[in-house]
Design a protein around this ligand. Sequence first.
Ligand code: KIV
Length: 286
Amino acid sequence: MSLLAFGDARRHNGGMSETKLKRVTVASLLQKKPQGRKITVLTAYDYPTARIIDDAGIDIILVGDSVGQVELGYKSTISVTLEEMLHHVKAVRRGTQRALLLSDMPFLTYQIDETTALRNAGRLIQEGEADALKLEGGEAIAPIVRRLVEIGIPVVGHIGLQPQHAKLTGLSVQGRSDEAARQIVKDAKAIEEAGAFAIVLELVPRLLADEVTQSVSIPTIGIGSGPSCDGQVLVTADLIGLQLGGHAFRHVKRYADVASIIKGAVTAYREEVESAAFPTVENSFD
Ligand code: KIV
């Protein structure tokens, strides 16, 4: 049995405190904006990471399609399939007790037609047991957002930089021209009108993020969009420094250097096995 399995058994026997188990819901999140309380969001793609993030009291765990680059080594999010998302959503579900589990809908799973979008959304909710879905796009995808909400699926919009559009837009800050900024405000209003309960605002100038945040009654969740958003999201691997030698983006704050810690531990293990310092009698059985 691995130590991980030991820990799991302890957790399920010991249980979590009552307050920690109070589940985050769409309704509880919606209460935060009028109360001026910030919403916290982080990504997870696997069971152990989900458990840590959940235990740390983060409101929303996002199984982002960033799983493509961060976990699967793809060049972009475009390569991520519905089956891959489902695999990761199920793992995160098993590790999430308190946070709201939000899944991305990957490229081409909701843009073809309404029937395909509903079927694919249904799989992430039924099989993956996601609590809510995130879709990139503004005015153009508002009809799909409306249909999903009509059948009871909570939706989060995602505007500003939309990585699934990166072949057209690149990966830089969006909304710098007056026209582009106006469109982003229109997109936010269209998504709110369609029934989304929150909007991710990725890489837009902070004054524009402020304007969007004040223009809609639902919470905005910023990434690289400054401090006025109603919540913040980061890719956990960026926050903990999981990519060996990866460069830090300006909008990311790195709170740990986990890649160095892992490399140090692995190197120490290799050296101790090679020098016969591990295992010792203490690590063996009579
Ligand atoms: O896929 C993802 O991780 C995201 C966040 C960057 C918001 O969409």
